[in-house]
Design a protein around this ligand. Sequence first.
Ligand code: SF4
Ligand code: SF4
Length: 195
Amino acid sequence: MSLKAYLNDIVEAVVTTAKGMRITARYGVDPKEEVTLQYPEERWEMPEGYRGFLHNDIKTCTACTMCVRVCPIDCISLESVRGADKKMVLAFYDINIGRCMYCGLCVEVCPPKSLKHTSGYEKASVELGELTLHFVAEDAAEIKARVARQVAEAAAKEAEAKAAAEAAKPADVSSESAKAPATDPKAAKEGEDKG
Ligand code: SF4
Ligand code: SF4
């Protein structure tokens, strides 16, 4: 390396260091130039449309399974049973946010728009299982048993109502036919005349 190139390198190092220090000094003294946040006391406000953790409003969810089928990496799992009113009842609805890549496809396809992104992004855990969000609080087995009971009760009531309706029907179809004349008198007379 020539002496000139060596000296140029030194000058360049001094100039770039001075530039860097000027920026550092500006951020250090001007409060408007603050770039750090006193997390966790302070938090960034997420921009509109930010895709954070998912939330499903299970009161609106119809258990159609569209979100499950569209998810490219199988983050969502659900089970449902048909209730006495023929609507589907969720036994469980889980989302694995540790696996989710926040692509938003499930939100896009959700027909009643019960599934939404929130602005949430913080969840640390030492247990992988804790990264699965459960949206149905009640135990799945209990829900299924309860719904099965309701379906059976509704079926029994329906059968009872049907039987009562059958019993209330006039049971006189045979007596009506008994009342009707066995032969048409006019036709009978015509027959006699011919004879
Ligand atoms: S955001 Fe994407 S990856 Fe996450 S659950 Fe929905 S479809 Fe799956
Ligand atoms: S797509 Fe929406 S309505 Fe259908 S199961 Fe998923 S969250 Fe529920």
